[in-house]
Design a protein around this ligand. Structure first.
Ligand code: AP5
Length: 205
């Protein structure tokens, strides 16, 4: 049987630099203005906490260069820790938003951000895929030097990653009977995407 959390659970995915974190900042403001109880968590933060404590990485981006079995261990830890943390504070009618990736570009190929054990642990109602045209994403990556990834900041690389991200999101969604909701992060106005995510949250239950 497909398991669901008592609270609405939305996994927000998108290629690096598409603006997930920016859109989620706006989602927080909208939910605050509506008086909704919610939690926004960054999956990479949970992974990084363990990876850095074990001395495996010094920077977040190094995680996708770790051997895949180590990435899987970190993913499984993160998924469980996020659900347990959310269960402590959220109940029926509340919303959990998880900022993460449907697919990771690793040294050994495309790796699912939400493989079976991970997505089954998070129990999402929906997986959001945030998108923008590849040229726009590359321009955003280049304007954000703190997070610049030399191997990703090319239009043809981002184009392929966008395709893989849709395929990966649908594959993960099938495992838990979640919807896949595609949202464009319009250049200059992330609030359009944020409003669509909030509307989705209101319609899921
Ligand atoms: P994560 O923390 O998610 O980092 P990231 O993907 O590199 O995300 P960024 O913060 O760089 O990009 P963003 O899409 O949030 O864009 P932002 O809002 O900053 O992941 C870190 C690592 O964790 C990964 O590399 C991976 O190794 C690991 N990881 C995470 N989940 C995993 C999983 N499930 N499995 C395995 N590994 C996992 O915006 C970017 C720029 O664009 C900003 O300058 C912003 O101002 C601008 N911008 C945004 N929206 C707009 C707009 N509408 N108009 C104009 N400018 C905009």
């Amino acid at each position: 049987m497909v398991l669901r959390n008592p609270f609405t659970t939305i996994i927000v995915t998108g290629v690096p630099g598409v603006g997930k974190t920016t859109v989620l900042t706006q989602v927080r403001s909208i939910l605050d203005s509506k008086g909704k109880k919610y939690m926004v968590v960054n999956f990479g933060d949970y992974m990084f906490k363990v990876a850095s404590s074990k001395g495996w990485v010094r920077h977040r981006d190094e995680m996708r260069h770790l051997p895949l079995m180590r990435q899987l261990e970190l993913q499984e830890y993160a998924a469980e820790a996020i659900r347990l943390d959310a269960e402590k504070v959220l109940g029926e009618g509340d919303i959990l938003l998880v900022d993460t990736h449907a697919v990771i570009r690793t040294d050994t190929g495309y790796w699912p951000g939400l493989p079976e054990e991970v997505v089954k642990n998070l129990r999402p109602d929906s997986i959001v895929v945030i998108e923008s045209p590849p040229e726009v994403i590359v321009a955003r990556q280049k304007r954000d030097p703190t997070r610049y990834r030399a191997d990703l900041a090319r239009v043809e690389v981002v184009k392929e990653l966008l395709d893989m991200a849709r395929l990966a999101a649908m594959s993960s969604a099938v495992l838990v009977a979640a919807s896949v909701f595609i949202v464009e992060n319009v250049e200059g106005d992330p609030s359009i995407a944020a409003n669509r995510v909030v509307e989705l949250a209101e319609k899921l239950r």
